[in-house]
Write a protein that binds this ligand. Structure first.
Ligand code: PLP
Length: 416
């Protein structure tokens, strides 16, 4: 409470704007994940790796727009590409070269036969699931319990009205025997198994290679479509996390950074499944979307993926993240505090526990107030992460910035 009061006292304009927002949006909010008590930051400007709030406080941005903000803020090449796209007119209501160029890069880089674009990762997952149901003629899907695949696709254990459109059998992440049995018991009704090869927003927990190999084998023999949601994880390796672990699903979904920071989503993979969407087929599945091929995303995304987030840049960024995670874990060990940094490469999640974390159940009972304290403390030290401990490095974050983060966390640990 003291930390919250301190936060509020220093941000009178933000407080006033929050009250104004609450008159027109429920809780002043239009993105649940951005709400933090007593009220969230409100940003005025951003540049490079720095964001500045409307009360004039600046922060090192380590949240990185939940992994979409790989390029940092106002990357000069992104701005140039956006201006060039704007100069040629916005959204034609027709096809253009931009979508072909981005599709060429995406299919090549992420090993897909064919791809289609959407406006968000949520839509990409909705469409991949629809494709699987149509392709198999079956209706059920298997997400993992607690799996997050977008605003309307959160498969929480309890009754979550947002996943109502699907009849689900919940798998258990990293639990080979339970999940294998569930697949076997429901095989003739299951259209798809969908999961992230590493839980991103779900806590930076990696799927074990054995779990993924089991899913690949079971789905293959039973004619179930295996979908990897790589909306977040594709940034962890030049070919996405599936390439890193060497297990190829039937369909993959993408989102976040691939559109150069513009609204983006994509789903793609096996040619025989994606052919469902070929409009020359008399039984084609419709998939429309006014902004699916919007000129800004297509053109800026192409520049971003070919000139900025190149395979070399990807490798360097992930190595920097690995170094930061290691330093944080060294620190937690040295001070013997109950904290642990999970994740891979440039995505890091700090949990308030020192115990083993291999499934989502291992973090269910951790003390969320400790994470909240760290979040508020780092804000006071000029560092912005997600309240849930999530960080995603942008290309603008330097090794010196990472050292600053380690010092700030050490400072917090020292004062506790
Ligand atoms: N899938 C995963 C794994 C995500 O983390 C997210 C967003 O955080 C989504 C899907 C949804 O993407 P979008 O927010 O673009 O709809």
């Amino acid at each position: 409470d003291h930390a919250k009061a301190q936060f509020a006292a220093k941000r009178p304009k933000t407080h006033a704007m929050h009250k104004r927002a609450a008159h027109v949006m429920p809780g002043g909010n239009t993105r649940t994940v951005l709400f933090t008590a007593p009220f969230p930051l409100r940003v005025e400007t951003a540049s490079g790796s720095t964001i500045t709030d409307i009360d004039g406080h600046s922060y090192l941005d380590l949240l990185g727009e939940y992994s979409a903000g790989i390029y940092g803020h106002s990357h000069p090449r992104i701005l140039e590409a956006a201006r060039a796209a704007l100069d040629k007119g916005l959204n034609y209501g027709a096809h253009h070269e931009g979508e072909v160029k981005l599709a060429e890069v995406v299919t090549q880089r992420f090993n897909m036969d064919l791809v289609r674009f959407t406006n968000s990762g949520t839509e990409a997952n909705m469409m991949a699931l629809a494709a699987a149901r149509c392709f198999t003629g079956r209706s059920k899907i298997m997400p993992m319990a607690g799996g997050y695949h977008g605003g309307t696709l959160y498969f929480s254990h309890g009754a979550s009205p947002v996943n109502a459109p699907f009849d689900c059998v919940m798998g258990e992440y990293n639990d080979i025997e339970t999940t294998r049995k569930l697949i076997a018991d429901n095989a003739d009704q299951l259209a798809a198994v969908i999961l992230e090869p590493m839980l991103g927003g779900g806590g930076g927990i990696s799927a074990s290679p054995a779990f993924l190999a089991m899913l690949r084998a079971e789905t293959q023999t039973r004619g179930i479509v295996l979908i990897f949601d790589e909306v977040m994880t594709s940034r962890l390796h030049p070919g996405g996390l599936s390439a890193k672990v060497g297990i190829e699903p039937d369909l993959k979904t993408l989102g976040k950074y691939v559109g150069g920071g513009m609204s983006f989503g994509a789903f793609g993979g096996r040619a025989d499944i994606m052919a469902l969407f070929d409009p020359t087929s008399p039984t084609a599945l419709p998939h429309a979307g006014t902004f699916n091929n919007n000129t800004l995303t297509m053109n800026v995304g192409h520049v971003a993926m070919t000139e900025i987030y190149t395979p070399a840049a990807c490798a360097e960024l992930n190595a920097r993240g690995d170094r930061l995670r290691e330093k944080l874990n060294d620190l937690f060990m040295r001070y013997q505090v109950k904290m642990k940094a999970m994740g891979q490469g440039s995505m890091i999640v700090i949990h308030p526990t020192s115990g083993e974390i291999s499934t989502p159940h291992d973090i269910e009972d951790t003390d969320k107030r400790l994470r909240q304290l760290l979040f508020l403390d780092l804000l006071e030290q000029g560092i912005y992460i997600a309240e849930r401990g999530f960080m995603a490095l942008s290309l603008m974050v330097t090794d010196a910035d990472c050292d600053r983060v380690v010092r700030a966390v050490e400072d917090y640990v020292n004062r506790r």
